[in-house]
Design a protein around this ligand. Structure first.
Ligand code: GDP
Length: 424
């Protein structure tokens, strides 16, 4: 059984929270793209955690957590993340964590290039997390990357690195920087060698697991609208955030997903730059940003999230591109303060109304058309059954189901594992 848990919107939908909840009883949880630009927040009986690289199944005994070949891994960051988890009593070893030999290593010069390029762009910056993600994926497609599997071949590592740096330094030098073979080798020795026992052929591992009928969950990073191909390019991430990429990034492109769970927020948030038609400003934005138990700041970057009403145009697109079977609606509790809840039902582009998500300049020009639904004005964070919900809240969920054309299966009303119920 292969299930993907993916983001419908701009990211930060609460995927970590849903993977932590739904991976109980799974055999494998696999992150299949992205790197430590992710910040998946989990709150459970062990505390509050923000995971950047380690899959969110790590808190369950008996779950193998796999970092797939579609990922880019900053080994220094992974090293620190694992030390942090261990310091809080989470046991991590090759018994419950493995890394694909096909995953790419995000090296210190990738991070450096990311920072230097954002600085060069100044007010035209992309809003990068500055963690080297675009440069390492760029190098992958230039066929100038190092993979985890290269650590298993130490005899040829130095030569591979020297060849790559002969090319890479042409770029770095134009920023006034340079990467040295010896420095990178020392870094790999310090932060890469400890992971050697974790490196596996993830394809073989997953093929066997699937053949044995094991339950495998693919954990996506970011959301549809940040997908490199189908998101708000170029203000996207550099990998595929879609469910369809799950089996590819994990290592089993020949296997089909059985089930896709789309995690969608009850309103809109967006970290970083790019068109965001429903954006609120001033006091209205401040009120929504601060309404939940935890204010809206990016989990990976600490940047304030841009906020707005639920966007049916973008969410319907998100749901379709992900091939969603069922939705997990998060953060419904946050809307409890509103008298009337704004929902964007269409866009207006050049004076014409559309309910299709546009791209390019048409997206940049899109103006939201709002309707207002009744609020419920009571705290719903203690609701644990659909019957506990005020009528207006249930109506809000039904409205969303109709607007995006898929059923809501899970409703999340708080950040902790148990703050949810099954709906419908
Ligand atoms: P992810 O990257 O998709 O895992 O999402 P993030 O962790 O970046 O952001 C989601 C934030 O919302 C985290 O702070 C979660 O603790 C919090 N959260 C998730 N679900 C709910 C919910 O239903 N209600 C509230 N109030 N917070 C939630």
């Amino acid at each position: 059984m292969l299930t993907a848990v993916v983001g419908i919107n701009w990211g930060d939908e609460g995927k970590g929270r849903m993977v932590d909840l739904l991976s109980e009883g799974c055999d494998v949880v696999c992150r299949y793209q992205g790197g430590n630009n992710a910040g998946h927040t989990v709150m459970n009986h062990l505390g509050k955690f923000v995971l950047n690289l380690v899959p969110c199944g790590i808190f369950h005994d008996g779950v193998m957590n796999l970092m797939g070949g579609g990922m880019v891994i900053d080994l220094e960051h992974l090293y620190g993340e694992i030390e942090g988890l261990r310091g809080r009593g989470i046991a991590i070893s090759p018994e419950n964590l493995r890394i694909s030999d096909k995953a790419f290593i995000c090296l210190p010069y990738h991070k450096l290039q990311d920072i230097l390029e954002e600085e060069r762009l100044a007010d035209k910056k992309y809003g990068s997390t500055r963690r080297g993600i675009a440069p390492v994926y760029g190098d992958k497609y230039m066929k100038k990357g190092l993979r985890l599997g290269d650590l298993l071949e130490p005899d040829t590592l130095e030569q591979k690195l020297a060849d790559i740096l002969g090319w890479k330094n042409l770029t770095l030098q134009s920023y006034g920087a340079k990467a040295e073979v010896a420095e990178i080798l020392a870094w790999l020795k310090k932060f890469g060698v400890p992971f050697v026992p974790y490196i596996i052929d993830a394809s073989a591992y997953l093929e066997d697991a699937a053949a044995e009928g094991k339950r495998i969950m693919f954990e996506a990073q970011l959301g549809t609208l940040r997908d490199i191909d189908y998101g708000i390019y170029p203000m996207t991430t550099s990998s595929n955030t879609l469910a369809a990429y799950g089996p590819i990034g994990a290592g089993v492109p020949g296997l089909r997903l059985d089930h896709v769970i789309g995690v969608m927020k009850a309103f809109s948030t967006c970290v970083g730059e790019g068109p965001f038609a429903v954006e609120m400003f001033g006091d209205e934005a401040q009120a929504l940003r601060g309404a939940g138990p935890e204010p809206e700041y990016g989990a990976a970057t600490g940047r304030p999230r841009r906020v707005g009403g639920f966007d049916a145009v973008a969410s319907r697109y998100g749901v379709r591109m992900q091939g969603v079977d069922e939705l997990a609606l998060t953060k419904l509790d946050v809307l409890s303060y509103m008298d009337k809840i704004p929902v964007c039902v269409a866009y207006e582009v050049d004076g014409e109304r559309t309910d299709r998500f546009p791209s390019g300049d048409r997206l940049r020009k899109a103006k939201p058309v709002f309707e207002y639904l009744d609020g419920w004005k009571i705290d719903i964070s203690g609701c644990r059954r659909p019957e506990d919900l005020p009528q207006a809240a249930a109506k809000y969920i039904r409205w969303i189901e109709r607007a995006v054309g898929r059923p809501v299966k899970y409703v999340s009303v708080g950040p902790a594992r148990e703050d949810y119920f099954t709906f419908g």
